[in-house]
Design a protein around this ligand. Structure first.
Ligand SMILES: NC(=O)c1ccc[n+]([C@@H]2O[C@H](COP(=O)([O-])OP(=O)(O)OC[C@H]3O[C@@H](n4cnc5c(N)ncnc54)[C@H](O)[C@@H]3O)[C@@H](O)[C@H]2O)c1
Length: 251
């Protein structure tokens, strides 16, 4: 029997690199899964239902959960994985870009959590998993607005864990380092010689590699499961040791 048998799960950004791996793992563990994203999941993802969903559209978000409440009695697992990145310093970032990244990465998370709460309350021990980043603790150069959104996600996660813990709800954030997804590939493509850059990124990690979406899905699956019943309010860094290491001198 899978770890998530009998559970229901809603995954924003569910068609993305990390989100799709989470949906596939949840489904393999026996959960009923909805991948909610701007775009649809490829048809190959059996057992996962695709829902067109924009985290920034409050009418659409509240409508989606009202509709879901007609077919699902409860929601056990909410994963907020929708996110975008802007690779700029603050002086190169327009107000429109700043507002857009906060709208998706932070306000979108707030809206989804807020409108999911009535269904989450019907679960015995719901688990919310937000996507932060190691960039919410330490900064990559040229990623200012993104770093700021992830710091906000970390604070929101702790605040929600305090507010809803007394009702038996758990709220955690997963904070990956480099994970091989379309988001990371677009970062590489914007930065010149891809092979050299990819090797340099691997070499900077104590484990000499970056992560896969499946590595992230392993942690998310545990946080979603009843085994993690005592885990809440925490920021779970998964980065191959990257943030444990001081910068090395290049002699
Ligand atoms: N890949 C990494 O190295 C890395 C590292 C740290 C944190 N993260 C975080 O993990 C999460 C998933 O990232 P990923 O690497 O899978 O990225 P990705 O680009 O592969 O997937 C992100 C998904 O979010 C969806 N999305 C964007 N705007 C949306 C909106 N308004 N409404 C609904 N969906 C929307 C996109 O369509 C896409 O499918 C993000 O929050 C990201 O910030 C990723």
């Amino acid at each position: 029997m899978g770890a998530l048998e009998g559970k229901t799960a809603f995954v924003t950004g569910g068609a993305g690199g990390i989100g799709a791996a989470i949906c596939a793992r949840f489904s393999a563990e026996g959960a009923e899964v909805i991948a909610a994203d701007l775009s649809e999941l490829p048809a190959s993802h059996d057992g996962v239902r695709s829902l067109r969903y924009d985290v920034t559209d409050e009418v659409g978000v509240s409508g989606a959960f009202a509709e879901l409440g007609r077919s699902w009695e409860k929601l056990d697992i909410l994963v907020n994985a929708a996110g975008i990145e802007i690779e700029k310093t603050i002086e190169d970032t327009s107000l429109e870009e700043w507002n857009r990244i906060f709208a998706v990465n932070v306000t979108g998370m707030f809206l989804t959590c807020k409108h999911a709460l009535p269904l989450l309350r019907k679960s015995r021990g719901a688990s919310i998993i937000n996507f932060g980043s190691y960039d919410g603790f330490i900064a990559d150069p040229g990623l200012a607005a993104y770093c700021a959104t992830k710091g906000a996600v970390h604070a929101l996660t702790r605040a929600m864990a305090c507010d809803y813990g007394p009702e038996g709800m758990r709220v955690n954030a997963v904070c990956p380092g480099y994970v091989d997804t379309p988001m990371l590939q677009s970062f590489f493509q914007d930065s010149g010689d891809i092979d050299t850059l990819q090797q340099a990124v691997r070499d900077v990690h104590p484990l000499r590699t970056y992560g896969t979406p499946e590595d992230v899905a392993n942690l998310v699956n545990w946080l979603a499961s009843d085994e993690a019943r005592y885990a809440s309010g925490q920021l779970w860094v998964l980065d191959g040791g990257l943030s444990a290491q001081v910068q090395q001198m290049k002699l």
